[in-house]
Design a protein around this ligand. Structure first.
Ligand code: NAD
Ligand code: IPM
Ligand code: MN
Length: 360
């Protein structure tokens, strides 16, 4: 689902990687395309058609570009492009959103932070994705006396916290075995419950994993002060949204960050899954061939790893990206010094494919 703005532009580059895998690795995908967001609204009058929802439910993996744009800003709330994406996440029950932030060495000077702070960084934010203030009831804009009141509800059940915590602990075991859980237990009851449940799950089943807790505001500060202190960060839907954009700048650009949104295992043992870049539709650069397709390509690599047991091919793609960056190929979002020239979205995609071929 390419979606809106730069979504279709970055997805075009992923198609090249899919074609490369078919040609050179004998790995074949049955790919079907559909509309989401503003693109779906333009055709169907809704940001996600029921038929598209059914196709997503039946797929082994969904790959999404981005949704949204100024053209749709004045639409009724329920018709906004973002509702299409939120419906996919909710109805597929994709509760565990993995947002890795890895600083490739070639980009350590591109972060707004000092090289020493970010070089070698490798963390994952596990963001709870189907609950909290994004979905809690009551919600809406109501009349109260002679003024309006806007309401969203930050609501978490024990089981929702528990399954997100399990996802984070399981992931930590395959990494450096450390989880830092972030909430605002000092001011929010839902934060107190979050901390309690994470602690209980830890004591019951994951005592071998090192667990710490942090208030999310301090977490934001620590993320830019000394991000390498973290391995896996576990947090709720809204804090996770904000902290992951913050983590993006540790890697040099929002155009670098992939994500996987995973649900419970299906009958075949693999999780329901949607893969998408962390960035949005970037209306300011859409249609200009400037978008960095790396986040979308790396999201596809995550799909290979988590949905298709093709970890080796995923690593091959990640290594190709690393090589392209080491060779000095940069899209405009990564340019820094005066006199540097940027490659286009298409050229970046071609460079990644060329690096894949060179890896054979
Ligand atoms: P954005 O992520 O679209 O853009 C933020 C900034 O980062 C912009 O300056 C943009 O040019 C730059 N940027 C983002 N991705 C880039 C890439 N791949 N290459 C180069 N530069 C890149 O966020 P925004 O401007 O706040 O939101 C724009 C629209 O996107 C809104 O409608 C928003 O709701 C939507 N959005 C969608 C998603 C999604 O589909 N998952 C995520 C975030 C925002
Ligand atoms: C993201 C985006 C989405 C979110 C929007 C577009 C619904 O910002 O994926 O990070 O807020 O979750
Ligand atoms: Mn976001």
């Amino acid at each position: 689902m390419p979606g809106d703005g730069i979504g279709p532009e970055v997805m075009t580059e992923v198609r090249k990687v899919i074609a490369w895998l078919a040609e050179h690795r004998d790995v074949h995908f049955d790919v079907s395309e559909d509309l989401v967001g503003g693109a779906a609204y333009d055709v169907h009058g809704v940001p996600l058609h029921d038929d598209t929802m059914a196709k997503a439910q039946a797929a082994d993996a969904v790959l999404l570009g981005a949704v949204g744009g100024p053209k749709y800003d004045t639409l009724d709330f329920s018709l906004k492009p973002e509702r299409g994406l939120l419906r996919l996440r909710k109805e597929m029950d994709l509760f565990a959103n993995l947002r890795p932030a890895q600083c490739f060495d070639a980009l350590a000077d591109f972060s707004s932070l000092k090289r020493d702070v970010v070089a070698g960084l490798d963390i994952v934010i596990v963001r709870e994705l189907t609950s909290g203030s994004y979905f809690g009831e009551p919600r809406g804009i109501f009349k109260e006396g002679n003024e309006r009141v806007g309401i969203n509800t930050h609501r978490y059940t024990e089981s929702e916290i528990e399954r997100a915590a399990r996802a984070a602990f399981e992931l930590a075991r395959r990494r450096s075995n450390r989880v830092c859980s972030m909430e605002k237990a000092n001011v929010m009851e839902a934060g107190v419950l979050w901390r309690d449940v994470v602690t209980e799950v830890h004591q019951a089943d994951y005592a071998d994993v090192e667990l710490s807790h942090m208030y999310a505001d301090n977490g934001a500060m620590q993320l830019v002060r000394a991000p390498k202190q973290f391995d896996v960060i576990l947090t709720d839907n809204l804090f996770g949204d904000i902290l992951s954009d913050c983590a993006a700048m540790l890697t040099g650009s929002l155009g670098m960050l992939p994500s996987a949104s995973l649900g419970a295992p299906m009958e075949n043992g693999r999780p329901k899954a949607l893969y998408e870049p962390v960035h949005g539709s970037a209306p300011d650069i859409a249609g200009q061939g400037k978008a960095n397709p790396t986040a979308c390509v790396l999201s596809f690599a995550m799909a290979l790893r988590y949905s298709f047991d093709l970890g080796a091919e995923a690593t091959r793609i990640e290594t190709a990206v690393e090589k392209v960056l080491a060779d000095g190929v940069r899209t405009a979002d990564l340019l820094q010094a005066e006199g540097d020239t940027a490659v286009s979205t298409t050229q970046m995609g071609d460079a990644i494919v060329a690096a894949l071929t060179a890896s054979l």
